[in-house]
Ligand binder design. Structure first.
Ligand SMILES: [Zn+2]
Length: 75
């Protein structure tokens, strides 16, 4: 399980069940296990600090590569 954090303020955003070894480019909503903090404005997800996290693409979030960091293990 990965913990996705804001790259700017380091707030925890959500927990994500990552499958495979690739980088985190898309976050499938069905694998988001816990949301700590995530704002949505139209199709864009952002942190409470205003940092852009990604774009809503329906079943997944297309992540902004420079907007987040993560910790934890991939499975
Ligand atoms: Zn932030």
């Amino acid at each position: 399980m990965l913990t996705i954090k804001c790259a700017k303020c380091k707030r925890k955003l959500f927990k994500y069940h990552k499958i495979g070894n690739g980088s985190v480019i898309k976050c499938h909503k069905i694998r988001i296990k816990q949301v700590y903090q995530l704002n949505k404005n139209y199709q864009m997800f952002s942190c409470a600090c205003g940092n852009n996290i990604g774009k809503d693409e329906g079943s997944f979030i297309k992540m902004n590569r420079t907007g987040f960091t993560y910790s934890g293990t991939k499975e």
